[in-house]
Design a protein around this ligand. Structure first.
Ligand code: UN1
Length: 488
């Protein structure tokens, strides 16, 4: 048995599923026939008509139960994330914790979803702004956070009054099926909920295309490559839908002369090699002041040499496999390009045996070359050098992506400048913390080719609702705004 969360039928379908731990096929997931998508969409539309009438705090109760069921299933679901994605045990569990956290957040939100009252210029009038359910939300997720990103979207969408349709990565159908199972447990305890409130479709791009194309899906949240987003964004816009895009990152850390280097080294190693460099937020570029570069690079080379690489289930392992051989081939090819551009590469070797294991790479670059400006989903850390602070910020911002960023400094002027209008241009900017591993309470997402979407905490929920402005006249007169006279 692969997981207590999966039935036999869920592992004996047609879509082959491989574990990156050894590259072996572990199951065949059932696939959704694209011809069935009109039915899926119609069910979601029907479910919306009922769910939008359920009071938000009651909708929150379903999400509260989901959080409870996730707590009960945490070990099993975390282990399945490890099996299907190759994350180390603690990161697999951490991903489920992230789901639980967003459920808690959404439950609180279900008694808020605050609107506004606004001062009216007309006597005897009241203006208000109300947030209302918007309709079915399509969720397209990537392999690297196969369940947490669904939870960010689903927990918010549900309390906001919307059904969801989820298309997970073809590489991670099992964790999706298991999550759906956990959700069904919550649903059974909840009682009355419309059929089709939370649907899962498994298979290839045709399913995602149906979500992207359909007017029945007013909000489409997509996480993945910039290439995918460049296709999805315009298609959704062309049918007047709203896309929430969370695409590539090329996240940097500036290390200033005053930085606490012991802390910086730990943050760099987790940021660059944690999750085998396969987070959107992974640290990919180090922008180091010339005066400390030699020292820092020496420390990193030493730290990298002792990192335990291998079976992610084994206690003590810090670096598991890449998702597949193709990912490893891309990493090695990028390192070749970096060398051709004058880079000096430490590590970055393929390890023998089954599974796409690598030693993480440090690439000392002469400048921010084309290769550095691309996102490679692998543990490659490019090291760049700066002399003055303005140059460091310019390098940080001079890439097409704008997700996450950070600075290590004890200098207040540098830290605050980094966070100011003339500092980092990213959606996430941290001080004395690495770029990855964000908490759910903040809005998550970024600018430029990262797509501009925001998910998770803060007021990201507003993207899952429609805003209504209303003016109520409780007077016996009918004055017009702006002093316009129209006497009839
Ligand atoms: C992603 O890689 O798509 O901030 C999400 C982080 C995690 C989420 C990453 N909380 O690294």
């Amino acid at each position: 048995m692969i997981s207590p969360l999966l039935s036999n039928a869920e592992t004996q379908g047609t879509l082959p599923v491989f574990s990156p731990i050894d590259g072996a096929e572990i199951a065949r997931a059932p696939e959704t026939d694209p011809a069935l998508m009109p039915e899926v969409l119609a069910r979601a539309t029907q479910a919306f008509l009922a769910w939008r009438e359920v009071p938000a705090p009651r909708r929150g109760e379903l999400v509260r139960l989901l959080g409870e069921e996730l707590r009960a299933a945490k070990e099993d679901l975390g282990a399945l994330v490890t099996l299907e994605v190759g994350k180390i045990t603690s990161e697999g569990l951490g991903e489920v914790q992230e789901m639980i956290d967003i459920c808690d957040f959404a439950v609180g939100l279900s008694r808020q979803l605050y609107g506004l009252t606004i001062a009216s210029e007309r006597p005897g009038h009241r203006m208000a702004e109300t947030w209302l359910p918007v309709g079915p939300v399509g969720i397209i997720t990537a392999f690297n956070f196969p369940v947490a990103v669904w939870a960010w979207n689903a927990a918010l969408a549900l309390v906001c009054g919307n059904p969801v349709i989820w298309k997970p990565s073809e590489k991670t159908p099992l964790t999706a099926l298991a999550t759906q199972r956990v959700f069904e447990r919550a649903l059974a305890r909840f009682g009355e909920a419309p059929e089709g409130l939370v649907q899962l479709v498994i298979g290839g791009p045709a399913l995602g295309e149906a979500l992207v194309a359909s007017k029945a899906v007013p909000v489409l949240s997509a996480t993945g490559s910039t290439r995918m987003g460049a296709w999805v964004g315009p298609k959704v816009a062309a049918r007047w839908g709203r896309a929430i895009l969370e695409l590539g990152g090329n996240n940097a850390m500036i290390v200033a002369p005053s930085a606490d280097l012991d802390m910086a080294v730990r943050a760099i190693v987790f940021g660059a090699v944690g999750t085998a460099g396969q987070r959107c937020t992974s640290l990919r570029r180090l922008i180091v002041h010339r005066s400390i570069r030699e020292d820092l690079v020496a420390r990193l080379v030493k730290a990298y040499a002792s990192l335990p690489i291998g079976d992610p289930r084994k206690p003590g392992t810090l670096i598991g496999p890449l998702i597949d051989q193709a990912a490893r081939a891309r990493m090695l090819a990028q390192l070749e390009r970096a060398r051709a551009e004058g880079g000096v590469v430490h590590g970055g070797m393929a390890l023998e045996g089954p599974g796409a294991y690598v030693t993480p790479a440090l690439a000392l670059m002469p400048s921010q070359t084309d290769t550095v400006r691309e996102e490679t989903f692998a543990p490659i850390l490019y090291v760049l050098t700066y002399d003055d602070f303005a140059e460091a910020i310019a390098l940080q911002n001079d890439v097409p992506q704008g997700l996450s960023s950070c600075i290590f400094t004890l200098n207040l002027r540098e830290a605050e400048t980094f966070l100011s209008a003339s500092g980092s241009d990213c959606g996430i900017a941290n001080v004395n913390i690495g770029p990855s591993g964000a908490e759910i309470g903040g809005a998550f997402g970024g600018e430029k080719e990262t797509g501009g979407g925001r998910e998770s905490g803060s007021d990201a929920w507003k993207a899952y609702m429609r805003r209504q402005t209303s003016t109520v006249n409780y007077s016996a007169k009918l004055p017009l705004a702006q002093g316009v006279r129209f006497d009839v």
